[in-house]
Design a binder for this molecule. Structure first.
Ligand code: NAD
Length: 274
């Protein structure tokens, strides 16, 4: 697999100057929201779907009817999840379980602690932003560590609800509804509690940090467009050019760990000289 971890990345003077300008814009904003994607977790060893080193770049796109297949035969969908056969899914569960938050996750949590970022909307399912300490966190595509009742939306830690491979699918202890993984599958509606939270944060935002996302999956991809449309700013952090790059107010072409750490340095430096 191509190395996308960018561990040796060195910020050049031009990028560093653009990061300083972007940080000024961020500090002048009232309500900053981060929208993060798979690229944020690449430096934790989790491959993205698209782009260099992406699972789909290597194996091709999987079928887009995952939720329909779950509804048609929940037991079969559970069996496939417990023993995946799709090449892109084999090994992903182990990779997710072993991954640790990286400097980018830590910087976002610290920006929130300092009042420089109000909330994180993440498309990631890996739990790393939570483990790094983000408090106001909206996991718009769910969390691979959790299960969710498709009837009452109650969530369970995977360790909390025993799944018997001989009696699939599992049922909700509260309402008897069918339990599925919390991860939102292709074709599945986003749980309304999370979606409402995202809309509320986007409505307040006058600045959005767009980190490690190809901005191709809606509705998340529409959030920075909405902020721009209202006259706010959008700061993209991605080592590759994306469809969003030409629209972004600042396009910071570098890996999330190094760039977010530098933004945090600038925020901390400005606080120290106040
Ligand atoms: P994506 O795979 O479509 O795009 C990833 C983006 O990250 C690309 O634009 C790539 O250039 C960029 N990138 C690569 N390395 C980076 C780095 N070091 N720093 C910053 N950016 C980097 O991902 P997406 O836009 O999040 O959307 C696709 C879906 O993928 C989401 O729904 C998400 O649930 C799912 N996904 C999640 C994970 C995870 O939880 N870690 C992993 C793979 C896919």
């Amino acid at each position: 697999m191509q190395d996308t971890a960018h561990t040796e990345f060195v910020l050049d003077a031009a990028l560093d100057a653009e990061i300083a300008r972007a940080t000024d814009a961020l500090r002048e904003s009232r309500h900053v929201v981060a929208l993060t994607g798979a690229g944020l977790s690449v430096e934790s060893g989790i491959p993205p779907f698209r782009g260099p080193g992406g699972l789909w770049t290597q194996y091709g796109e999987p079928p887009m009817d995952g939720y329909q297949r779950f509804l048609a035969d929940p037991a079969a969908a559970w069996r496939e999840q417990l023993n995946p056969t799709a090449p892109w899914a084999v090994g992903l569960a182990e990779t997710l379980a072993a991954a640790k938050p990286n400097a980018g996750h830590a910087a976002l949590a610290e920006l929130e602690r300092r009042g420089a970022c109000a909330a994180v909307i993440t498309q990631n399912i890996d739990d790393l932003q939570r483990q790094a300490g983000s408090q106001v966190l909206l996991e718009i595509h769910g969390n691979a560590h959790w299960l969710r009742c498709s009837g009452c939306n109650q969530r369970f830690d995977r360790d909390e609800l025993e799944v018997d491979p001989e009696r699939l699918p599992p049922h909700c202890p509260s309402c008897e509804g069918i339990v599925k993984g919390d991860t939102v599958q292709f074709g599945e509606p986003i749980p309304p509690d999370v979606l409402d939270g995202c809309f509320a944060q986007v409505a307040l935002a006058d600045c959005m940090l767009v980190v490690g996302t190809s901005t191709t999956v809606y509705p998340a991809a529409g959030f920075p467009l909405e902020v721009l449309h209202r006259g706010g700013c959008a700061i993209e952090i991605n080592p590759e050019e994306t469809e969003f790059s030409r629209l972004a107010t600042h396009s910071l072409r570098g890996p999330a760990g190094a760039v977010l750490t530098r933004i945090l340095d600038h925020v901390a430096g400005a606080e120290a000289t106040r």
